[in-house]
Write a protein that binds this ligand. Sequence first.
Ligand code: NAP
Length: 235
Amino acid sequence: MTKTMLVTGASKGIGQATVERFWSAANDFDTFVLLARPSTEFEELRAHLAEENPHGKRFFFHEIDLNDLDAIRELLPTLVTEAGSIDYLINNAGFTAPAPIHEVRFDDFERTMNVNLFAPFVLTQGLLHAGNRFEFILNIASTAGINGRSGWLTYSASKAAMIAMSQVMKEELAIYGTRVVTISPGRCATALRRTLAPDEDPSTIMQPEDVAGVIELLASDHGRFVDSQNLVVRL
Ligand SMILES: NC(=O)c1ccc[n+]([C@@H]2O[C@H](COP(=O)([O-])OP(=O)(O)OC[C@H]3O[C@@H](n4cnc5c(N)ncnc54)[C@H](OP(=O)(O)O)[C@@H]3O)[C@@H](O)[C@H]2O)c1
């Protein structure tokens, strides 16, 4: 049976690598619903998928700012209409504006919570309300949500909350046969990581494709046998 996958934050980093991996493989995933804000990277991904489509898959692109929760609510009916059902949901999009406690701007904190926690909630709950039955939900948290990091107050708080929210989703959605998996990546060479650690050499840490490979395993039939509240993925 064919499946639909929705990926937030599809334009770059782990989200993009995940889309590319599932897109290029001969698998059951024939429809991709991709969300990110407008950017050159998102446009390039759109062009690339249109050009390189060896398995005749289809995609829907939505340019949306996940900080705008009303925009997500407005988009929901379209998602349901175009895709039919969302079988696999990858809550990947993430934002950070690292600052020590004295310098945290409250609007940055709100944006961080909106993008990293409330947007996945609004998307998941909205689709449930629309009658969608997920097979698989993958929530991306972070090792920074397990141990708070100095200078990363807002990001760590959002990811700790994501771990807890995901745990509850896992319990509550089990009755529908939905598998909910949380992963907490460690250092991975992406734009977000550059914001958190500008001086780091990206070639020395995990690459987005490595995390995408783990996501592919977890989404596979074998992934059913991995039972964990929060899987740490790191080099
Ligand atoms: N890289 C790491 O070391 C690391 C470690 C642990 C966890 N993570 C988590 O992994 C996930 C993916 O991050 P990444 O490392 O791959 O970073 P990335 O390359 O910077 O990608 C982040 C993605 O989130 C999207 N995004 C950010 N703000 C958004 C907004 N307001 N509306 C819509 N989309 C938005 C970005 O899209 P646009 O900016 O184009 O809209 C982009 O596609 C995040 O949840 C992150 O917290 C990363």
